[in-house]
Write a protein that binds this ligand. Structure first.
Ligand SMILES: Cc1ncc(COP(=O)(O)O)c(C=O)c1O
Length: 466
């Protein structure tokens, strides 16, 4: 069978709907008895679980489209896409077929060219903006970030890096050095972050550090601070700013529209690269292939992951064409990066985004969700802010709208209560994060929001707000 045979598989864009009918469909309390029993046995050995699992120890055995089914037969609506990963729906038939084809034909050929890799590279160059077309492939986000940091050093001959407060870039040593290091999920015992890594505040419109006289956030002040920070705190050898375009883990925090254009101009003036970590926000999640496209800014380095292979571990580091040569000097390849199954998953994923018009779906349904969230914000005493673009969304819970004191206990309870009602999603302290699959239509999206709103109302009652 030729590769083209496998690619003849056609599915309509409603492939997931039959399975989703009637979801959530709960037949036991959740987590159910079989889930509890299996999880207890697994947790005897599996250590270091995420809070997502610890707070709701369900055991899943099937995922299809916008649903997840547990071992007790309960079917949940998925508002997590795994963890921003299965963005085109669990087990998209076209993507699963493409992976299976190469699983039977050629699983690994190191970094030799394969037919499917050649097609993927051309497709990536086609969908990414400008001349972002010097590519290397990896199998997890942190490895791509790590490689990008080495590449930035090779390109500039400089060694310092600046990232933003509450950014997250993965759990390898350089990546944790670009994040807060005393936080549970990246806790790093050590005398310090890696030398030459610094962090600066980045603009959060709900919690601004610097404002204009009219009270709106003042992005010029942030840039002025970076200028001063570089003079006062670095040795003047800054290779790159390492930033998420919109912060995922931190709670779907988007900067004001003028921030990245100003930062890019500042970086150009200072001969500093802009490394845009799109592992979480990229490949359609915000309604654009790159989140940075919203601001018409072309970064120098981009990393892609998560949605890139719709669940198959495949990630990428992409540089502007003129920097491609630098990859020759860092021995950029890896054992699994760019294996045929991975390339097939990534290629099929981009084709699905194109064929099913998913960027448009994300923009339209995302706007409808935001409208609903704004209404909820006006009606609920503990919703301090709602935020997002496309399907990267957040609800910030506060004890008091005036003081904006974070309400983490409420966040935990809302997460658990909505999950009990049949919504599989992601906790993040006081900010409720939502990351539905990009295929979801408005009706299912509103079902998910209903479950969240019901859980918020319950928690408001429990804490005596209503
Ligand atoms: C922005 C960002 N960069 C990098 C990573 C690391 O990716 P991985 O978990 O695949 O190593 C993540 C993971 O959540 C992320 O959100």
């Amino acid at each position: 069978m030729e590769q083209s045979d496998e690619q003849k598989l056609t599915v309509t864009k409603d492939w997931w709907k039959e399975n989703a009918a009637g979801v959530p469909r709960l037949i036991t309390e959740t987590p159910g008895p079989r889930s509890k029993e299996m999880h207890t046995r697994a947790a005897r050995y599996m250590k270091g679980l995420s809070s997502q699992v610890k707070l709701f120890p369900v055991c899943f055995e099937e995922g299809y489209g916008v649903t997840l089914t547990d071992v007790d037969g309960n079917r949940y609506l998925d508002f997590s896409s795994g963890i921003y990963v299965t963005s085109l729906g669990h087990c998209h038939p076209k993507i699963s077929e493409a992976i299976a084809y190469w699983a039977k034909k050629l699983m690994n050929a190191h970094d030799f060219t394969t037919p499917v890799k050649e097609k993927l590279l051309e497709k990536m160059a086609d969908v990414l903006p400008g001349n972002l077309n010097a590519i290397q492939l990896y199998s997890d986000g942190a490895s791509a970030v790590e490689a990008a940091i080495r590449a930035a050093r090779a390109i500039t001959g400089k060694h310092e890096f600046i990232s933003g407060y509450r950014d997250f870039h993965g759990k390898s040593m350089a990546a944790v050095s670009c994040a807060q290091m005393i936080r549970g999920d990246v806790y790093s015992y050590g005398p310090t972050r890696a030398p030459g890594f610094y962090m600066v505040p980045r603009p959060d419109p709900y919690r601004p550090l610097w404002t204009k006289p009219d009270g709106t956030i003042d992005t010029d002040q942030y840039i002025a601070f970076y200028d001063q920070f570089i003079t006062e705190s670095t040795v003047g050898n800054v290779a790159a700013f390492v930033l998420e375009p919109a912060q995922g883990w931190a709670g779907s925090i988007f900067p004001p529209d003028d921030f990245f254009p100003k930062l890019k101009a500042f970086c150009e003036k200072k001969k500093i690269l802009l490394f845009d970590d799109e592992v979480l926000a990229g490949m359609g999640r915000t309604g654009e292939y790159l989140c940075m496209n919203h601001w018409n800014v072309q970064p120098d380095i981009v990393t892609l992951g998560k949605s890139f292979g719709n669940g198959f571990p495949v990630t990428a580091m992409v540089l502007k064409e003129e920097y491609g040569e630098a990859l020759e000097s860092i021995s950029a390849s890896s054992s699994y990066g760019g294996n045929p199954m991975a390339c097939a998953a990534a290629l099929a994923s981009i084709e699905v985004i194109e064929d099913e018009g998913l960027l448009e779906n994300v923009r339209t349904v995302g706007a409808a969700i935001m409208k609903r969230l704004e209404k909820m914000k006006a009606e609920h005493p503990i919703i301090g802010d709602v935020k997002g673009k496309g399907f990267l969304l957040g609800i910030e819970l506060v004890k008091d709208k005036a003081t904006k004191e974070p309400f983490a206990e409420a966040g935990t309870l809302v997460y658990q209560k909505a999950f009990q009602r049949g919504l599989a999603w992601i906790p993040a302290g006081h900010i409720l994060r939502m990351s539905p699959p990009l295929i979801m239509d408005e009706a299912y999206a509103m079902k998910g929001i209903d479950m969240i709103e019901d859980a918020i109302s319950d928690v408001e009652k429990q804490f005596g707000y209503v």
